[in-house]
Write a new protein. Structure first.
Length: 395
């Protein structure tokens, strides 16, 4: 059995300009997730550690950040776990590449004559590990945008393949940073591959990076997977936070590939849908949400249904009050005021004419599918009813 840890899209050094004061903390969370992935490789005693691109968020990183990565990779070399890295689209192998500026393998303690750490580059598109009866293949380009599919020609003999007179290598693993083609969505991506190319590659497993959500699939006989980011790079990536433990086995000539998702990131995601009819007041809602306090939680709150006329909710105020209690909280008020219950006032009265006219307009808008404008008119109806009933209204 061959055992692999597959990770990608760590994006170390990301700026996170949208997070303000939390940006530095989020960068540390990303490094902690990378360290946890290394811990996982050591605990599971895997054979090889794959990083499928975008280990760094850009090619401009301080030396201390590269040294921190090298220290983690050194832990793998000391355990005799081999590491293979490919540049991605953020840390691409252009003239300013971080992999040209720093010899990451040497910094991590790799001896000149060993194969414990390999950075795939345009001149070295594969690495053969005889001790594992394994070859890892991946095309990398000297530009961010690929001139052709990195799977082109992968089914043929790789450049670093040993003498063809020796028996075939048992395991063939691909490592690519790019998108699987989706019509109408990926035409402008820098690196694109197709399911047909995956199926024709002859690989036993294809380790992918670029998409930050974990997912696994199969094209022909080839199992492929995106590991996703080990810690979310953006706080809406609710399928991030994983590393993949991949096991390749062969029993009685039958090969199998097993992919297990293992948690390495700290960020958690929850969605809370609340019926506005059950909310007594904004302070009461804030208090109930505060009971979920968790600095690792991204909480997405959605208020739905029909609310009372006298229930005033300000999502921005609630987010501001709750922000210190969560990694991030979003409150969306999708609830709507009810239409008027019971007998309507006479159409000869101001109230009766107002309600009838506005509810007729609301009906037309909702029938036409203009939900946003209809919601605005419902709120106008609510405020009008309150004013006509003698209540004070804050606008």
């Amino acid at each position: 059995m061959l055992r692999i840890i597959h990770t990608a899209d760590v994006h170390l050094g990301a700026r996170h300009d949208d997070l303000g004061e939390q940006a530095a903390a989020q960068r540390e969370r990303q490094f902690a997730a990378f360290k946890a992935t290394v811990d996982l490789a050591l605990t599971e005693k895997v054979d090889i550690f794959l990083i499928a691109g975008d280990l760094f968020d850009s090619n401009v990183q301080p030396r201390r950040s590269v040294e921190r990565v090298a220290a983690e990779l050194k832990r793998l070399t000391e355990a005799r776990i081999r590491t293979v890295i490919i540049p991605g689209t953020h840390d691409c192998f252009d003239r300013a590449s971080i992999y040209r500026a720093y010899d990451l393998a040497a910094m991590a303690g790799r001896a000149p004559d060993d194969d414990l750490i390999t950075v795939i580059d345009p001149d070295h598109p594969s690495i053969h590990h005889p001790a594992l009866d394994l070859i890892v293949l991946g095309q990398v380009f000297a530009t961010k945008r690929a001139p052709h599919s990195p799977l082109l020609g992968l089914g043929g003999p790789p450049a670093d393949r040993p003498d063809p007179s020796v028996p075939p290598i048992r395991w063939r693993i691909g490592i690519i940073h790019g998108s699987i083609a989706i019509p109408g969505k990926t035409e402008h991506d820098e690196v694109v591959i197709t399911p047909d190319e995956i199926a024709a590659s002859g690989l036993d497993y294809l380790a992918l990076g670029h998409w930050h959500s974990t997912q696994t699939g199969k094209a022909g006989n080839v199992t492929y997977a995106y590991s996703g980011a080990p810690e979310p790079v953006a706080l809406d990536q609710d399928r991030a936070g994983k590393a993949l433990l991949v096991e390749l086995d062969e029993v009685a000539g039958v090969r199998s590939v097993t992919v297990k998702e293992l948690q390495v990131g700290r960020t958690k995601f929850e969605k809370a849908e609340i019926d506005a009819a059950t909310v007594a007041s904004q302070p009461a809602l804030v208090e109930s949400l505060a009971a979920r306090t968790d600095p690792d939680l991204v909480l997405d709150v959605r208020l739905a249904g029909v609310r009372r006329d006298d229930l005033d909710l300000d999502p921005i105020e609630m987010e501001t009050a709750l922000a210190p209690m969560f990694l991030k909280i979003r409150v969306r008020d999708l609830s709507v005021p009810a239409l008027t219950d019971g007998p309507l006032p006479s159409p000869d009265t101001i109230a009766g004419a107002f309600i009838r006219d506005l509810e007729a307009r609301i009906g037309e808008l909702e029938a036409a599918g203009s939900t946003a404008e209809a919601a605005e008119q419902r709120d106008a109806l609510r405020l009008g009813r309150l004013l006509l009933a003698g209540h004070e209204v804050s606008l």
